[in-house]
Write a protein that binds this ligand. Structure first.
Ligand code: NDP
Length: 326
């Protein structure tokens, strides 16, 4: 057994939190030999519900679960944190302007970034799930001035997993045959799920499916999958989002098995994405750090789609700056 890892989950009483915590405690994220200390952060009104989840975690008698703390204080929630999963966010209310949404979330992710800066472990890894995830990650990173920016990421792994699954269904092959899929840009409807470099069992995917299917079925299906789930389930996706968060952290720590995956990381200017934006790229995890896969050719169609999604990220960043929050 290795020494315990401290994992903080915000919005712990929410749907995704409920789907996430039991899998973390069972070892799905950090492996079967790593004990976990869980710290659950909630807003005061939801602390009682989070305590209820903590009671259930206790009732599972997980061998790896060393402790569970519930708090509404970011300073104590991020004390010694190795892995921070920022799930809680302010949802868009009826009649809410986009600037109100960005402002409300900056009021959450700014203080959390500062608390991470002041209290978390030096090598903390942060994954933002709460929307607008990319810009929330940007705000948190900007408020954690002593933490290297590459420690802040946002989740596009669910979009990636959805793309892989849709392609496997189309080709009638196992998901494990698929490689080289990329989600570019923002975790929003403007995202670009890219099959240009994808392979299935080593065969180039563009030779196996026609362009019309990619453009008029595959891309919209992946980008609007969230709405399809809400329609069918009567509630937004939760277990699949939690599963993707676990995949993201596991790969970040252990390395990507082969090929690449997708994650939103701070841009270093690769592929013309302005430096500093938190944008989704093809990434590999090597020695515990994300690396953007370099040198992929971008045909005109890809270039336009990436530029459109990145333009949305620039607009979000500028709106937050305009509010004096960045
Ligand atoms: P969920 O647990 O369903 O969702 C949490 C966040 O994840 C939302 O911002 C949601 O975005 C986002 N998300 C990202 N990707 C996905 C996806 N693929 N599918 C679904 N959601 C996705 O929300 P709940 O309302 O059930 O719970 C939120 C909890 O957070 C509440 O308990 C609330 O009290 C808490 N909270 C905690 C804060 C804190 O700890 N300081 C601050 C604010 C809230 P979207 O809204 O776009 O669906």
């Amino acid at each position: 057994e290795t020494s315990p890892v401290t994992v903080t989950v915000t919005g712990a009483a929410g749907q995704i939190g409920y789907a996430l915590l039991f899998r973390i405690a069972s070892g799905a994220m950090l492996g079967p030999h790593t004990p976990v200390r869980l710290k659950l952060l909630e807003i005061p009104a939801a602390v009682r519900a989070a305590e209820g989840t903590a009671l259930e975690l206790s009732d599972c008698a997980f061998g790896l679960l060393h402790s569970v703390d519930v708090t509404d204080s970011p300073a104590s929630a991020f004390d010694g944190t190795d892995v921070a999963l920022l799930v809680g966010a302010r949802p868009r209310g009826a009649g809410m302007e986009r600037s109100d949404l960005l402002e409300a979330n900056a009021g959450i992710f700014g203080p959390q970034g500062r608390a991470i800066n002041d209290h978390a472990a030096d090598d903390v890894r942060v994954l933002v799930v709460g929307n607008p995830a990319n810009t929330n990650a940007l705000i948190a990173a900007a408020n954690a001035t002593d933490v290297p920016r590459e420690r802040f990421t946002a989740m596009t792994r669910l979009d990636h997993n959805r793309a892989v699954a849709q392609l496997a269904i189309k080709l009638g092959c196992p998901v494990t045959d698929i490689d080289g899929v990329t989600i570019w840009g923002n975790h929003s409807a403007s995202q670009y799920p890219d099959l240009t470099h994808a392979t299935a069992g080593g065969e180039p995917v563009p030779a196996l499916v026609d362009e019309a299917w990619i453009e008029s079925e595959f891309i919209p299906r992946v980008a609007r999958r969230g709405a399809e789930i809400i329609d069918a389930r009567g509630a937004s996706s939760a277990a699949s989002a939690a599963s993707a968060a676990i995949d993201h952290i596991r790969d970040w720590i252990d390395g990507t098995p082969e090929g690449w995956t997708s994650a939103a990381v701070v841009s270093d200017g690769s592929y013309g994405v302005p430096e500093g934006l938190v944008s989704s790229f093809p990434v590999r995890s090597v020695d515990g750090a994300w690396e953007i896969v370099q040198g992929l050719a971008l045909p005109e169609f890809s270039r336009e789609r990436i530029d459109a999604s990145v333009a949305e990220l620039i607009a979000e960043r500028d709106a937050v700056r305009g509010l004096g929050l960045l």
